[in-house]
Design a protein around this ligand. Structure first.
Ligand code: ZN
Length: 668
């Protein structure tokens, strides 16, 4: 999985950070805005000041390149998103009436939602937003404006906003429907799913061991002649005006590259934007994956394909970041000891890897989030996506720790802890150790867990079929849980207290047995792979520890609480389940895997589910969160040479969105 998203407070990192960390940032206000189902936060960029002047210049031009791609994503998401946004922003900024008026306030909320989603469809559910202002009211406001780029398509925009039947879903993945015709995204035009599939089938060479990522940077359309063809995103092609600004800033950034390898990475990316050639993109990806020496790093381009129902075309995104050197020592220590962990894993020795290589993993500080990574953002990334490149040249796995820290700090005092954690000593344990053990859990899962173990000869890697990803995530989670409690982590200097692991154990069981249910609608089963994996582990441990009362669900004042009586035995249970899950994976035992999933991972206790939903509702915690970026300003001398770059955290959500629309509108 190439992207780890923080979805809801129940998912991870829900509770308070260590008091030491809070003390470092006494006056930083993490909360920026709250509307609909969204909370907008801000994040710090620690140690930006300590970068060298050339690194700051590099970061500055890369952040400029990042912001110039914004409009590409808006257009990819839906064909009328850009004129629609400009029309609504013109109404919003030009409004002369009473700003506390109900219609105006409804417009403001709608616009905030549209900004957050980079278009009119919810960023997670993909459903279209429903406005709470009237069509007549908006018509009257637009009529008072001078003409704009929305004028020629105003009827289409009005239909998109108000008619529920128009473009209801951005990405539709319902089985049995034409996924292209029923998806509102703008990566296809005038073609059916069958036509697109036939088009790509004819172009794919299944014997090619180093295949390019077909369709990654194109829009597939049917011409007037009835011929299906691709419009390429490149200079001189589709999105040329925005790409020209990106290339201009990448060119400026290149002058301040940290070394020749990184300069070549940027040069090849510019070549790719210039030619649109996918072989060039692969060459760029390989060089990028192999550049582990540079401190400053970035993603910029058409990367993840979740926005395309067929998973071909990449949505434009950018993240600029630099390595958090002290925190990366943690992942480097784990990678350096990968063989020790493999050799001591509680699985049948036949299923261990004789020779294991740790993944190149680092902890990074995000400097800017853009495109499809903004305002909602991943907390971990593993790229490149092409399987053959990963196998032959490796991949980079990163954790965005200043983002996870912001989530964590912002959750202070949201009441979750008090509502769901059983008692004050457990809350104190979580306060003290959850942030570090949660991060270590992610590190163990990513650096070692997925890479551990091996398949028996002749076993099909896809033998577990639809249950493959739940089982695989369970395997990596169990590996991490098992080792979190190992004295080895203290010996390696990664933890300083033999009881620290209990914080993660408590949170994991609480989440898996109870709190993650807040994301499930009443009456529904659990479907998402990560949620299944977490319930599988928690419910299996609950049941298998029952006779020893390892975990109990106790009632207090009519509410259910998780009580863990024996953490050592819980660790043994994690080890036993890891051994079984590894066997299932190594032998490709589909029957046993399916039985585990069906018994423990899918069904929900309706009574407990209702209870969790109602307790959660009282807390009013936003299910989705995202971020505003800090503002970077270049200080220049008389020749235009940057002499310093300053960072400013004070910009709020609405001003930031209006500024981006005004200053970085790359597409007309
Ligand atoms: Zn994973």
């Amino acid at each position: 999985m190439s992207r780890i998203r923080f979805i809801a407070p129940a998912a991870a990192l829900i509770l308070a950070a260590s008091s030491a960390m809070a003390a470092e940032t006494p006056d930083f206000d993490y909360t920026v805005d709250r509307f609909a189902d969204i909370e907008v936060l801000r994040y710090r960029v620690p140690d930006f000041e300590n970068l060298s002047l050339d690194q700051k210049r590099l970061v500055y031009y890369l952040t400029e390149a990042a912001q110039w791609g914004r409009d590409i994503l808006w257009d990819q998401n839906y064909r009328y998103n850009l004129p629609l946004r400009r029309m609504l922003e013109a109404v919003y900024t030009g409004y002369k009436g009473d700003r506390s008026d109900e219609q105006f306030r409804a417009l403001e909320t709608y616009l905030k939602q549209v900004w957050f989603a980079n278009g009119i469809h919810h960023h997670y559910s993909m459903d279209k937003f429903a406005p709470a202002f009237s069509r007549e009211w908006l018509q009257a406001q637009v009529a008072a404006l001078p003409a704009g780029d929305w004028t020629p398509v105003q009827a289409e925009i009005m239909a998109a906003i108000f008619d529920p039947a128009v473009a209801p879903k951005r990405v539709n993945q319902a089985d049995g429907q034409d996924l292209i015709l029923t998806s509102a995204n703008n990566m296809y035009e005038g073609v059916t799913q069958a036509e697109v599939e036939a088009y790509y089938a004819a172009r794919k060479d299944t014997t090619d061991l180093t295949p390019v990522s077909h369709g990654l940077n194109t829009r597939v359309v049917k011409g007037a002649d009835g011929r299906v063809h691709e419009q390429i995103y490149k200079l001189g092609g589709r999105y040329s005006d925005a790409i020209a600004h990106i290339v201009d800033n990448l060119t400026k950034a290149m002058a301040y590259a940290e070394n020749d390898a990184q300069r070549m990475v940027i040069a090849r990316l510019i070549d790719f934007y210039t030619t649109g050639d996918l072989k060039t993109f692969d060459d760029y990806s390989i060089r990028w994956a192999e550049d582990t020496a540079s401190q400053v790093d970035f993603i910029n381009g058409f990367i993840e394909s979740y926005g395309d129902p067929l998973g071909m075309t990449g949505s434009w995104e950018s993240i600029v970041n630099f390595k958090n050197i002290p925190a990366s020592a943690r992942t480097e220590t784990l990678s350096a000891n990968a063989q020790w962990f493999e050799d001591h894993s509680p699985v049948d020795p036949r299923f261990r890897k004789p020779e294991v290589k740790g993944v190149s993993a680092k902890v990074i500080t995000a400097a800017i989030l853009a495109g499809d990574a903004y305002p909602a953002t991943p907390i971990g990334i593993n790229l490149p996506n092409a399987n053959w490149i990963r196998a032959a040249h490796g991949s980079k796995s990163v954790t965005l720790e200043n983002i996870t820290q912001a989530y964590d700090e912002a959750s202070h005092g949201n009441g979750f802890n008090e509502e769901f954690v059983i008692d004050a000593p457990t809350r104190e344990l979580l306060d003290k150790y959850l942030f570090i053990t949660d991060n270590l859990h992610t590190d163990l899962h990513e650096c070692l867990g997925h890479g551990s173990g091996r398949l028996m000869p002749g076993v099909d890697p896809d033998a577990l079929k639809a249950h493959g990803s739940s089982i695989e995530e369970a395997r990596a989670d169990l590996f991490a849980l098992y080792y979190l409690a190992d004295p080895k982590l203290i010996e390696l200097g990664l933890l300083d207290n033999p009881d620290a692991y209990k914080a993660e154990y408590y949170k994991y069981i609480l989440n898996g047995l109870m709190t993650q249910l807040m994301r499930i609608e009443p009456g529904k089963d659990i479907e998402e792979a990560h949620m299944r994996n977490r319930q599988l582990i928690a419910a299996w441990a609950y049941e298998h520890g029952k006779k020893d009362k390892v975990i109990e669900l106790v009632k207090r004042g009519g509410k259910t609480y998780v009580k863990i009586n024996d953490y050592r035995k819980l660790r043994d249970l994690f080890g036993q389940l890891l051994a079984e899950i590894q066997r299932v994976r190594s032998e490709g035992d589909y029957e046993a895997g399916a039985a585990l999933i069906e018994k423990y991972a899918v069904k929900v206790d309706p009574k407990l589910h209702r209870e969790v939903l109602s307790r959660y509702a009282h807390l009013d915690i936003a299910p989705y969160k995202g971020f505003v970026n800090p503002v970077y300003r270049a200080v220049t001398d008389d020749n235009g040479i940057i002499t310093d770059v300053t960072i400013d955290y004070s910009e709020d959500y609405i001003p930031q969105m209006l500024r981006l629309g005004r200053d970085y509108s790359g597409l007309k």
